[in-house]
Design a protein around this ligand. Structure first.
Ligand SMILES: [Zn+2]
Ligand SMILES: [Zn+2]
Length: 425
């Protein structure tokens, strides 16, 4: 058997929603060969790449090529070239599943991928603690993905140590570390908790995206959203694009462009349509029967008024009266209607509910800060009692890595140290 140029390591999570991204795979390859990611790319990949990348890669100093490197995980030419070369170097044939190239007939590039890296600090930390391979799932790259599917926690995109965004891949990329300051990015005290809203809605979107990635081997004939759209317009909307457009809450002209194949709907719109049809994205592509039978003309016309508005108003008023903290999205799910319907028809009520919810989030944030400040005080006192200087390391040994990451906590810590020094000496 012919020997491969690079180690034949296996991509993680193939056929699952958490399949590895190609940039992550390349970073791990570099790691396995004990070379810098930048050197692997400029010495092994660059000589065989299309010339325009080559000049951009070899340009030292600025990040040139690496600034647009998210495309390596995408559905265009860069992804194709990099996965072909990676297959060639490793002797593998499954590398294309670490990119989105199989979905190039399904999704447009618009609004698809983030430009910098996002990560789940819990995933990193958990893998480290369990001696598992540390890697970046492809799904973290999607603009619509702001939660970790595994931990249901918000993803991070700013390094807690150097406060910079982190490139998806660059010269010094190393699995789980910030390539700018080399800090470990895993931890279990995420700072974003409770700040992001609309959790349930985002999570179901993310599950649908995950399901899509897990079905990378879907037949080509089932990858075309235009066919599915036509099918549902025929089956559900009595062959009337107008009715469909109305139900999807989009201009008819936009829908016509999708049907005529002039544009592909963005992932965001596909997910909206799936939600209205009550099916997942994969089911949509498979043209599975919709859950919600919007049905004949009659039901469409009455469908608009099918909600019991007396009941909706009663619920909204109760939420306001009792100051129950709930997001509009959660409320819509609870009531069983569309979030936009609530915002449109009950604007005043929704504004009041939003205010209650925001106050609640703010309060929770303040409570958390008070608890954390007290913990910090206790830890500092304990250390001082033991005659130990309350350094960052000592404090974080007691309270957990990353405890002092937050600016307010750092300020409190500095205050406490100042107080101590004046008291002691
Ligand atoms: Zn996670
Ligand atoms: Zn950093």
């Amino acid at each position: 058997m012919e020997r491969s140029i690079l180690y034949n390591i296996e991509p993680i999570g193939k056929g699952t929603p958490l399949v590895e991204s190609l940039t992550s795979y390349i970073t791990r390859l570099a790691d396995a060969h004990c070379v810098l990611t930048g050197d692997l790319i400029s010495m092994v990949y660059a000589p065989l790449l299309n010339k325009e990348y080559l000049t951009r890669i070899s340009r030292r100093g600025g990040n040139g090529f690496f600034d647009s490197a998210i495309g390596i995980n995408g559905l265009g030419k860069l992804a194709l070239e990099f996965s072909d070369l990676t297959e060639k170097f490793t002797g593998r044939s499954d590398i294309s599943s670490t990119t989105l190239q199989n979905w190039s007939v399904t999704l447009p590039n618009r609004g698809l991928l983030k430009t910098t890296k996002s990560w789940c600090p819990y995933c990193y930390e958990q893998s480290r603690l369990n001696d598992e391979v540390i890697y970046d799932p492809l799904i973290w790259n999607f603009q619509l993905v702001n939660y970790c599917l595994k931990h249901k926690k918000p993803l991070e995109n700013i390094c807690g140590n150097c406060s910079n965004t982190v490139p998806v891949i660059n010269r010094k990329s190393h699995p789980g570390y910030c390539s700018r300051c080399e800090a470990w990015l895993g931890n279990t005290t995420s700072m974003n908790e409770g700040i992001l809203k609309n959790t349930n809605e985002s999570l179901s979107d993310i599950q649908f995206i995950g399901e899509l990635l897990a079905n990378n081997d879907l037949q080509l004939s089932n990858r075309n959203p235009t066919n599915s759209l036509k099918y549902y317009i025929d089956e559900v909307f009595d062959k009337s694009p107008s009715k469909a457009a109305q139900s999807f809450n989009i201009p008819r002209s936009t829908l016509m462009m999708w049907i005529n194949g002039k544009h592909l709907p963005t992932l965001k719109y596909l997910l909206v349509i799936c939600k209205i049809l009550g099916i997942s994205l994969i089911e949509f592509l498979h043209t599975k029967n919709p859950q919600i039978k919007i049905g004949s003309t009659k039901t469409i016309e009455t469908g608009r008024n099918k909600h019991d508005h007396k009941k909706i108003r009663r619920i909204l008023n109760k939420v306001i009266e009792t100051k129950q903290p709930i997001s509009i999205s959660e409320l819509a799910i609870m009531i069983g209607c569309d979030r936009r319907l609530l915002s449109r028809m009950y604007e005043t009520e929704c504004n009041q509910i939003k205010e209650i919810y925001n106050d609640h989030l703010q309060e929770k944030k303040e409570d958390r800060l008070i608890t954390k400040t007290n913990q910090l005080k206790d830890a500092v006192n304990l250390l001082v009692k033991q005659g130990v200087y309350p350094s960052r390391r000592q404090i974080e040994d007691i309270l957990g890595t990353g405890f002092l990451k937050e600016k307010t906590m750092q300020e409190n810590w500095n205050e406490l140290k100042k107080e101590l020094l004046t008291n002691v000496y």
